[in-house]
Design a protein around this ligand. Structure first.
Ligand code: GDP
Length: 700
C-alpha cells in the first residue's frame, strides 16, 4: 500500500527505453493500476523493498520525450513534478535511458535535473553495449551530469541491486541543475528571478510555457506580468533545446565512445523489408491473418468451455436451489451475466498477448510508421490499425487496445469508430438473415451471392469506420498537439514477463471495469423479460391451455407456447409493442422489436430471442427458426415479414446500430465519461435507423 513512510520514487523516461521493464524488475507483481483523476492516462504504482529495510512507492510515469508538453501523458508528468504537495511527489527521480539513444534521452534528464529533484540516471540496455561497440566513462559522466548513474539491463536483470542501493542513498545525490535557465535569455530571466525570488527559475519558465494545471503556483500572476507573444515563447523554447543539446554533446564527447566497426547492422536490412512500399504491407497483412486465425481458433475451445460451464452451473442452480425469485435471478440473471463477461477473456487475453509480442519485438513501430501516412488522412493514427482490425473479433479488446495512441484526439476517434467494424457477434444475425432473404445462387457462375453479401457487409463496416473518422476529425474541436515521432526501437526478443504482466493487467481491467456494467445490464434485461404486469403474463399457462383445448400440445410444445405467451406480455414484450409504430416503417413487427431491444445487450441475443418468440425453445436450432421465420406473415399486408426489403433493412440496421452494452461500458471506462458512449449510441443507432428506413422504403 502507498504509505507516507515509504520513499517516493518516480520513473521517468522517453517511450521505449525499457521503463516498464525496469518498473517490473523493481516491483514484480506488486503493482496497482488506476487512472489519474479525471483523465484516462494510466497510473501505475508499484512497491519495492530496498536494502536497510527501506520501502519505496515506485510511480511509473507515462513515457515522455521532454517537459514541453504535447499530450495529456506529458502533462501528467509535469503536473506531478511541479506540485510539491502531491502525496506522490518524488523524493528521488529515476530517469531511464537507452544506452543506444543516450544523446536524445538525456534531453529529458537535463530538464528533470533542473527542477532540482535528486535524480538518478538509469542507463538501461547495458547488454547491448558490447554488440554495438559502446563504452561509457561512468565517473566522468557522473561528475559532469552531477548525478549518480546505474548501468542496468532490465532484460538480463543486472545492475538492479546496485540501482536499489543508489535509491536508498538518494539524499547524497546533488540536486544542482544542469543548465542555468538564464542562458536562454539573460534579461528576461533576471527580471523573472527578481519578481519571484523564492521560486525555482526553471519552474517559473514551465509555468509560463506549459498549458497545465499548477496547484501551488500563482499561475495567472506569473503569466500576466511575464507574458510574451506565442512566437517569442516558441523561439525561447527552441533556444532552450539547443542549449541543452550543446551541453549534452559536450558531456558525451568524452563520456561515450562508439566503435562503429563492431556494430553489426542487421537492423537496417530488416527495416528495409518490413517498411517496404509493397512487402511491408504484404508481411503486415500476413501477420494479421495469422493472428486472427489463431485468436478464433484458440479462443473457441476455452469459450465453448466457459459457455458450457455456465450453462450447466445455471441449470444446477435452478435444480438445487429452492424454487423462487431469488433462484431465478441467480440462475437466469446473475450466472449467465457473469458467464457473458468471462466468455470474452480468451479473446482478450490472446489478442493482448499478440499485441504485446508485436510491441515488445519492435515490429509494431514499423507498422505504425507504415500505416501512419494513410491513416492520418482520416484523422486516425498509424496506431489505430490494430484496434480497427481487432474489432472484427470484438470491439471490447479493440477499444482497450487504443491505449497506446498518445494523441488524445486520434485515440478518441479510434474508440468512437471501432464499433463499426464487423465483430463476431454480428455473424449469427447476418448468417440467418442472409440465408432467409438472399438467394443461394451464383453470379457469373462462381460468385456465391450469399458469401458476397457477407463480404460486402464487412467492407461496409470498415468503410463506415474510416468515413466517420474523417467526419469526426473535422467536427471535433479538441486541441491536441502532435509532433509525431516515429520511434524505431531495436528488434528484440519479447520478454515473457512483460507480455505476461500486460495480458494480466488488460484482462483484469476488463473484468472489473466493463464487467460490472455488463452484469448490471444482464440483470435488468432478465427482469424485463421475466416479469410482466397483468393476467396475460401471470396466467399464461391457463391461457395457452384454453387456446389449445381442441388440439392439446405435447409437453415440450406446451412449454414453448407458454414461454412465448409470457415473453409477449412481459415488460420487454410490451416495450416491443410500444416501439412497433417506430419500427414498422423499417419493415419490422413487434417481435423483431423485442429482439432489437433485448439484443441491445449483445447482438447475438437477436437470434436467441426470435427463437424464443417463435417458440422453438431456447436452442439456436437455426433450421427450425429459419423455417418459422420464413413462414411469418404480416397480418395487415399479408406479405412475408422477412422479405428482401425488410431483410436488407435489418442487415443494415445491425451493421450500423450500437447494439452492444459492453462496448458502451468499455467506451465509458476508456474515455472516463458518459458523454462519449452516449454520443456513440445516439449517432450509431440514429444513423442505422435512417439507413434501414431508406433501404426498406426504396426496396419494398
Ligand atoms: P517502455 O516503453 O520504456 O516502457 O519500454 P519497455 O519496458 O516496454 O521496453 C521496450 C523494449 O525494450 C521491449 O522490447 C523490451 O523487451 C526491451 N528491453 C527492455 N529492457 C531491456 C534491456 O535491458 N536490454 C534489452 N536488450 N532490451 C530491453
Amino acid at each position: 500500500m502507498i504509505s507516507k513512510q515509504n520513499i517516493n520514487v518516480a520513473l521517468i523516461g522517453n517511450p521505449n527505453v525499457g521503463k516498464t521493464s525496469v518498473f517490473n524488475q523493481l516491483t514484480g507483481l506488486n503493482q496497482q493500476v488506476g487512472n489519474y483523476p479525471g483523465i484516462t492516462v494510466e497510473k501505475k504504482i508499484g512497491f519495492c523493498k530496498l536494502p536497510n529495510n527501506i520501502k519505496a512507492n515506485i510511480l511509473d510515469l507515462p513515457g515522455t520525450y521532454s517537459l514541453n508538453a504535447s499530450s495529456i501523458d506529458e502533462n501528467v508528468v509535469i503536473e506531478l513534478l511541479l506540485n510539491k504537495n502531491d502525496k506522490l511527489y518524488p523524493d528521488v527521480a529515476l530517469v531511464v535511458t537507452d544506452v543506444e539513444n543516450l544523446k536524445r534521452n538525456l534531453l529529458l534528464f537535463t530538464q528533470i535535473k533542473d527542477l532540482e529533484i535528486p535524480t538518478i540516471l538509469v542507463i538501461n540496455m547495458a547488454d547491448r553495449m558490447k554488440f554495438k561497440g559502446i563504452s561509457l566513462d561512468i565517473p566522468y559522466l557522473e561528475q559532469h551530469l552531477k548525478t549518480k548513474i546505474a548501468l542496468v539491463s532490465s532484460r538480463k536483470g543486472y545492475g538492479i541491486e546496485e540501482l536499489k542501493q543508489l535509491i536508498v542513498s538518494f539524499k547524497t545525490i546533488s540536486s544542482e541543475p544542469c543548465l542555468n535557465a538564464s542562458v536562454i535569455d539573460t534579461e528576461y530571466f533576471n527580471s523573472l528571478r527578481k519578481a519571484f525570488p523564492n521560486q525555482l527559475l526553471y519552474k517559473l519558465w514551465l509555468v509560463i510555457t506549459q498549458d497545465v494545471n499548477f496547484l501551488n503556483l500563482e499561475r495567472n500572476e506569473i503569466r500576466s506580468s511575464f507574458t510574451k507573444s506565442h512566437s517569442d515563447l516558441k523561439r525561447l523554447q527552441q533556444k532552450e533545446t539547443i542549449k541543452r543539446y550543446q551541453f549534452i554533446n559536450d558531456v558525451l564527447k568524452l563520456g561515450l565512445k562508439i566503435d562503429t566497426s563492431i556494430a553489426k547492422d542487421y537492423r537496417s536490412k530488416l527495416d528495409r523489408v518490413l517498411t517496404h512500399k509493397i512487402w511491408g504491407y504484404v508481411i503486415f497483412f500476413l501477420i494479421l491473418f495469422v493472428i486472427f486465425q489463431s485468436i478464433f481458433e484458440w479462443s473457441k475451445i476455452p469459450m465453448d468451455f466457459i459457455d458450457a460451464s455456465f450453462a450447466s452451473l445455471s441449470s444446477l442452480a435452478a435444480e438445487q436451489l429452492p424454487a423462487g425469485v431469488l433462484t431465478d435471478l441467480i440462475s437466469q440473471g446473475i450466472i449467465p451475466g457473469i458467464g457473458g463477461i468471462l466468455i470474452f477473456i480468451p479473446q482478450i487475453a490472446f489478442l493482448f498477448m499478440f499485441i504485446s509480442i508485436l510491441e515488445e519485438s519492435g515490429y509494431m513501430s514499423r507498422v505504425v510508421f507504415l500505416m501512419d501516412k494513410i491513416m492520418r488522412k482520416f484523422g486516425l493514427s498509424g496506431k489505430s490499425v490494430v484496434p480497427l482490425i481487432s474489432g472484427t473479433a470484438c470491439a471490447i479488446p479493440a477499444i482497450m487496445a487504443t491505449r497506446n495512441i498518445e494523441n488524445w484526439k486520434e485515440r478518441l476517434i479510434t474508440i468512437l469508430v471501432t464499433p463499426f467494424t464487423t465483430c463476431s457477434a454480428r455473424l449469427p444475425v447476418y448468417a440467418i438473415i442472409i440465408a432467409l432473404v438472399i438467394p443461394d445462387e451464383r453470379l457469373f457462375g462462381f460468385l456465391n451471392m450469399q458469401g458476397m453479401t457477407l463480404m460486402l457487409l464487412y467492407l461496409l463496416g470498415f468503410g463506415m469506420a474510416i468515413f466517420s473518422a474523417y467526419i469526426l476529425n473535422k467536427i471535433l474541436k479538441i486541441q491536441s498537439k502532435t509532433y509525431f515521432v516515429v520511434e524505431m526501437p531495436n528488434y528484440k526478443l519479447p520478454l515473457f514477463k512483460n507480455v505476461g504482466i500486460n495480458v494480466i493487467e488488460k484482462t483484469k481491467a476488463f473484468i472489473f471495469g466493463a464487467g460490472k456494467i455488463i452484469l448490471a445490464i444482464s440483470i435488468v434485461l432478465w427482469f424485463l423479460a421475466s416479469y410482466g404486469p397483468g393476467e396475460k403474463f401471470n396466467k399464461a399457462e391457463q391461457i395457452v391451455t384454453q387456446n389449445t383445448i381442441n388440439k392439446p400440445l405435447s409437453p415440450a410444445d406446451f412449454e414453448n407456447a407458454v414461454a412465448s405467451q409470457k415473453l409477449e406480455n412481459s415488460y420487454i414484450g410490451i416495450m416491443g409493442k410500444a416501439i412497433e409504430p417506430a419500427i414498422s416503417p423499417l419493415g419490422y413487427d413487434w417481435k423483431i422489436g423485442i429482439a432489437i431491444i433485448s439484443s441491445f445487450a449483445a447482438r447475438e441475443v437477436f437470434v436467441g430471442t426470435l427463437a424464443t418468440i417463435y417458440s422453438v425453445g431456447g436452442s439456436e436450432n437455426e433450421v427450425t427458426i429459419k423455417n418459422k421465420m420464413a413462414a411469418e406473415i404480416n397480418p395487415v399486408t399479408g406479405e412475408k415479414i422477412f422479405n428482401f426489403a425488410s431483410g436488407i433493412s435489418l442487415l443494415l440496421f445491425y451493421a450500423f446500430a450500437m447494439q452492444c452494452a459492453s462496448t458502451l461500458a468499455v467506451t465509458k471506462k476508456e474515455t472516463n465519461s458518459w458523454k462519449w458512449p452516449a454520443g456513440q449510441l445516439i449517432f450509431m443507432s440514429g444513423f442505422a435507423y435512417a439507413v434501414a428506413l431508406i433501404a426498406y422504403q426504396i426496396l419494398k
